[in-house]
Each structure stands twice: as structure tokens, then as C-alpha cells.
Design a protein around this ligand. Structure first.
Ligand code: ZN
Ligand code: ZN
Length: 214
């Protein structure tokens, strides 16, 4: 398949790479139909994210069609359209059971968690296409992606809803919504939004669309 591959700072190329395959029973293979570039990808492009390796496939905002999944999967079947959240979560550990999916204990090997703990001040779950400190998972700026724990994260898309109405559920819409929610903005408040492009726009839209915070 073709995929966007990181080779070093300011050196990203569209390469031909091996197609992903399922390696665990809960994996699904997704044929990507839409993907987005995140502001966070610029940090990788600019060489600011530690633990990148030449050959890493980028992309943590993607959606597509399930083309291979185990018959035992409790959520997905071949042909389903899904948006894939960027956090990889097992759904069964202490943190997942309390809806703290970004702190999942099982999606990122311990030695990587130590790097993310040092870099961010806390251990991180596995993420798609975002360096080896978040698991070294291949991302979705590609024709296909392997989605681990695919019975937990992916959001099934109802028929008739086009990609561009739901793609941003993969990261940037909930990220903007959470930023607005955390600010507890009230009617009449004047706010300044520090964010470029999509994130700031969606954060502002979150306030307009969902009204004042609780
Ligand atoms: Zn993103
Ligand atoms: Zn978990």
C-alpha cells in the first residue's frame, strides 16, 4: 500500500510499504476513506517529538471501511464504516473501566510509557501514528491501518452520513470541545483562543453549538 512515512525532520515521503495484517484476535483492518492532518503532526514534521523512527507511518485522524476482522469481534463486521479515535484503549483495565481511555494500561508497552511519562509528566496510552513513546503504532495517513482493540474505540457511522461530517470525531472535534468545556465559559464572557486553524474553530463552535457549560 501507499502511506505517508516519516524519515526525519522535514523529510516525509509517500512510500510503498507492506499492507497491515491482523496480529491479535481483537484487531481490525480498515481501508481508509478519509484522513486528516493534525496540528500535532507539525510537531513530528519539525522534529520536536522524541522516539520517532525512520519508516514510521503518520496519521491519527482517520476513518474507513472494515475489510478484515475476526468473527468473534463483538462490535465490528466486514463492511462497517467507522471513525477511529486516535487513542488506543483496551476497554478492560482500571482506567478504561473508568472512561480514562487515554491512560489505558494495556495499549502501550511499559518501556514506552516511561518515555511519555518523562516527556509529558504522565504515562500515555497507545496512539496511532505518533512516535514510539505512544506505542509505535502505524497511523492512518495510508491506504490501510491495523486497529488494535477494535471492539472498543471505533465509532460506527450510520448509513448516508458522509465522511466529512464525522471524520473530525477522530480527534480534533472532541479536543476542541474538551478545551471549551474545561474553560467553563459562561454567557457574556470574553475569551481568547490560543489554537491554530481547526482546533480553535471547533473549540469556538463547541461553545456556540452546545451552549454554556454546566
Ligand atoms: Zn490530532
Ligand atoms: Zn485499558
Amino acid at each position: 500500500m501507499r502511506a505517508l512515512v516519516w524519515h526525519g525532520r522535514h523529510d516525509m515521503r509517500v512510500d510503498t510499504v507492506p499492507d497491515p495484517v491482523r496480529i491479535n484476535p481483537r484487531d481490525a483492518i480498515i481501508k481508509i476513506t478519509s484522513t486528516a492532518i493534525c496540528g500535532s503532526d507539525l510537531h513530528i514534521y519539525n522534529g520536536l517529538i522524541p522516539s520517532m523512527k525512520s519508516g514510521d507511518i503518520l496519521g491519527h485522524e482517520f476513518m474507513g471501511e472494515v475489510v478484515d476482522v475476526d468473527a468473534s469481534n463483538t462490535k465490528l463486521k466486514v463492511g462497517d464504516r467507522v471513525v477511529v479515535p486516535f487513542v488506543i484503549a483496551c476497554g478492560q483495565c482500571f482506567f478504561c473501566e473508568h472512561d480514562f481511555f487515554s491512560a489505558c494500561d494495556n495499549s502501550n508497552p511499559a518501556e514506552n510509557m516511561e518515555i511519555s511519562d518523562t516527556a509529558y509528566g504522565r504515562p500515555a496510552a497507545g496512539l496511532f501514528g505518533y512516535s514510539h513513546m505512544t506505542g509505535g503504532y502505524a497511523g492512518g495517513q495510508a491506504e490501510y491501518a491495523r486497529v488494535p482493540f477494535s471492539d472498543v474505540g471505533p465509532i460506527k457511522v450510520p448509513e448516508g452520513v458522509p465522511d466529512d461530517q464525522v471524520l473530525f470525531l477522530s480527534d480534533i472535534l472532541p479536543t476542541g470541545w474538551m478545551a471549551a468545556e474545561n474553560c467553563n465559559i459562561q454567557p457574556g464572557d470574553t475569551v481568547a483562543v490560543w489554537a491554530a486553524a481547526r482546533l480553535g474553530f471547533l473549540q469556538s463552535r463547541a461553545r456556540l453549538s452546545w451552549g454554556p457549560s454546566r
